[in-house]
Design a binder for this molecule. Structure first.
Ligand code: BDP
Length: 726
């Protein structure tokens, strides 16, 4: 690429100042800058090349989204190139031209040649002109320009070669959403990174700068929707005073391409409207919701819609009035339809009155309604049939309702994977789920369902329960940022690999040094499997202690509802262990496509990871390794502990190569993780041994304490305690 010179102008001075501020802020605030701390490119030859190719920018338009993009681009480039980036007013003098396709100079469009790119997409292309090489960043929508800006900056952050640059990309999934489980009093249900970042008390008058930084970070990974409130909803969020606060956030997020959503408490017409019912078939109830929709859209014309958790874990819903989920969802959908709003209805339902396997209940409830929901309803389904466990098979609803657009719901906050203390790189889990073949249709995967494939429309989505809080670094564990980042990247393109995403994140957040990159990736990529092994290997699930879900509680058996008790899930006795979900048991397998069910129905062919999820087997069941099930269980727990030891060793090998603060922070967390991994192994194996009465297998370190000791532990201050249910 050739060098195109232009004069220093006032804009350059402004760029340098912005950059200075960004650098200072991020350095002083330990991790606050996330993956967007633009540091000067360290490799001299690359730096030189980048300066030549991108040192002067023409970016004429000044609409809100473009304005955000321009600020990001100029400040980002300036920091990455070590200063001197100029904004020029004459396109002929620019090395980098950034404009919507219809706003590019004709000479440039001729040479760039537009290619069809999907919605919200962009094109970044090197072209040859009489005056040398130029780079063009273009799109048909403003939001495409903003996404392209972040993408171009990422190329530099990750030290990519720019020669022959040609990137055409777009988000494959329509709805790319964070779900905040944030209460109005700023506590966060299952939040481990401080309090809610939404300060409802001071909104709308006070706009915390953090709101903008939140929007910027999300836009950088393509998130385009955020549900601000907890699924265990508070009707107060729909009052006029609150809606003004929501409006302030919506106005702020709009230029970043992010729509706001709220959760709707189904009984709001009673709590706020003074009605004596919330029956979805009562005309007064529908009229109340229609009025509420009008009010919301009067303030926020592009309001995304309502997310509803109904008739689940104590939340009110249509079934309180003998109505169905379909009737409830469609009533709300009719209210939002005139304004283009969505109703996102959660399929996370199970009932204390239903004695059947909890893993089966949602399927039974929803499949009969396939194709009957209003066009603006989306069904949001957790990745697995129970509840965000360290490993679950896919939810049987995926693929079984081909005419119903769905969102796949993941949990980014680590309620079941060690809170914010353990390092468990979640994109590994997300990738595993998204790549899973449901065996419905032509090998339909969860990723394809999120893209909307079965419905033939780009109407699906990915929802992630946020791990964001007021902690300085946003996510508590510094590596929790990678979970947020990775979720966004997979929502952009579910076919991306967790490894590539991890590499991007490390390069952008920590650095490009291969001596650091390799070991960090090694730690991240093995971490999720380590957690599975030391918490609940071989398909065991929900062994968590009651209420807070911190630590093991496989012995818990005294909760009012059977499916809140870990003993319900592992079913261990003196002879055997596991949940029989084959035809001889709950037959949950019959809810899956035959091709899927076949693999899992025979314990001899069932992958070891799901063995005790689908089968109840004797302790002396022979595993492919030659070990008995009892021995294999102990050895798997041990494997988990050993993996954490390995992660810690690798981390310690990085001393001196990482920023001191980061090194110490993660080092302390890894020490706790090791201690807790041992605790999990010891408590669970001591408990299971009280049933099996077998000696611990050779190769497994025996428990440090007695079972009574583990059972006596209490954690009254564990975060996220929920006295209301499990
Ligand atoms: C469970 C959580 C609970 C949530 C529920 C949900 O323990 O706090 O309310 O999921 O998804 O995992 O609604």
């Amino acid at each position: 690429m050739g060098l195109i010179k232009s004069k220093w102008g006032w804009v350059c001075v402004w760029v340098a100042m912005v950059n200075l501020m960004t650098a200072q802020v991020s350095e002083a605030t330990g991790g606050y800058g996330l993956w967007l701390d633009y540091r000067q490119v360290a490799r001299p030859e690359l730096l030189e090349h980048y300066r030549e190719s991108l040192g002067s920018v023409w970016m004429p338009a000044n609409r809100a989204t473009i304005g955000v993009g321009r600020k990001e681009l100029l400040a980002g480039l300036d920091a990455l190139l070590g200063g001197g980036v100029q904004e020029v007013m004459d396109p002929d003098k620019a090395a980098l031209l950034v404009a919507r396709w219809d706003e590019l100079p004709p000479g440039i469009t001729e040479q760039t040649s537009w290619e069809p790119i999907g919605p919200e997409g962009f094109l970044i292309k090197e072209i040859k002109t009489d005056t040398g090489s130029r780079t063009v960043l273009t799109a048909t929508e403003d939001i495409g320009i903003l996404y392209g800006v972040f993408r171009l900056l990422r190329e530099l952050q990750t030290n990519r070669e720019l020669d022959g640059l040609h990137i055409a990309d777009f988000p494959r999934i329509a709805l790319r959403m964070l779900n905040h489980w944030d209460n109005l009093d700023r506590t966060v249900e299952r939040g481990y990174a401080g309090f809610s970042i939404w300060n409802w008390h001071t909104l709308p008058g006070y706009i915390d700068p953090r709101y903008r930084d939140y929007a910027r970070a999300n836009a950088s990974i393509g998130i385009n929707g955020t549900v601000l409130t907890n699924v265990n909803a508070n009707a107060q969020a729909l009052t006029p005073a609150f809606l003004k606060k929501v409006q302030a956030l919506a106005d702020l997020f709009r230029p970043y391409g992010i729509k706001v959503y709220l959760t709707a408490r189904f009984s709001a017409p009673m709590e706020l409207g003074g009605l004596d019912t919330a029956d979805p078939l009562d005309p007064r109830v529908e009229a109340w919701w229609q009025g509420k929709a009008r009010e919301i859209y009067g303030l926020i014309p592009d309001f995304g819609g309502l997310l509803v958790k109904a008739n689940s874990e104590g939340q009110p819903g249509p079934q309180n009035y003998g109505r169905t989920h379909l009737e409830g969802a469609n009533m709300l959908a009719r209210a939002l339809e005139p304004f283009g709003g969505l109703v996102i209805w959660r399929a996370f339902v199970y009932s204390e009155a239903d004695p059947t396997d909890r893993a089966k209940q949602a399927f039974t409830e929803f499949v009969p309604f396939n194709g009957e929901f209003h066009p603006n309803v989306r069904l949001q389904v957790k990745n697995g049939p129970i509840d965000f466990q360290p490993r679950e098979p896919i939810h049987p609803l995926f693929g079984a309702m081909p005419d119903t657009p769905m969102l796949v719901e993941f949990q980014i906050t680590k309620e079941y994977l060690g809170f914010a203390t353990h390092l468990a790189y979640l994109p590994k889990l997300f990738e595993e789920a998204l790549d899973t073949n449901t065996h419905w249709g032509q090998g339909l995967t969860l990723g394809a369902i999120a893209e909307g494939a079965p419905t033939g429309k780009r109407a699906g989505g990915l929802a992630g329960v946020s791990n964001i809080g007021t902690d300085l670094n946003w996510t508590g564990h510094p590596f929790g940022q990678a979970d947020w980042y990775g979720f966004g990247r997979l929502a952009w393109n579910p076919s991306l690999s967790s490894r590539d995403i991890g590499e991007e994140w490390v390069r952008m957040t920590i650095g490009n040094d291969p001596q650091v990159l390799g070991p960090l990736l090694e730690i991240m990529l093995r971490s999720r499997e380590a957690v599975v092994h030391y918490m609940m290997p071989l398909g065991l699930h929900h062994l968590f202690d009651t209420g807070h879900h911190y630590g093991p509680g496989p012995w818990v058996s005294d909760l009012s509802r059977p499916e809140w008790n870990p003993v319900y899930y592992h079913q261990a006795d003196s002879l055997s262990i596991g949940f029989d979900r084959t035809a001889t048991g709950s037959n949950a397998l019959s809810q899956y496509a035959p091709g899927f069910a076949r693999t899992y129905s025979d314990p001899e062919t069932c992958p070891e990871e799901y063995l005790l999820w689908f089968h109840h087997l004797p302790w002396d069941f022979r595993m492919p390794s030659g070990h008995t099930l009892w021995e294999a269980l102990g050895l798997k727990y041990q494997e988990g502990v050993d993996a954490v030891r390995g992660m810690l060793r690798t981390w310690e090998g990085l001393e001196g190569s990482l920023p001191k603060g980061l090194y110490q922070d993660v080092g302390m967390r890894l020490q706790i993780q090791l201690k807790e991994a041992i605790w999990w192994k010891d408590a669970c194996m001591a408990y299971f041994q009280s049933h099996s009465r077998l000696p611990y297998p050779e190769g497994m370190e025996p428990p440090l304490h007695s079972l009574d000791y583990y059972m006596s532990l209490e954690f009254p201050n564990a975060p996220g305690i929920r006295p209301r249910w499990d």
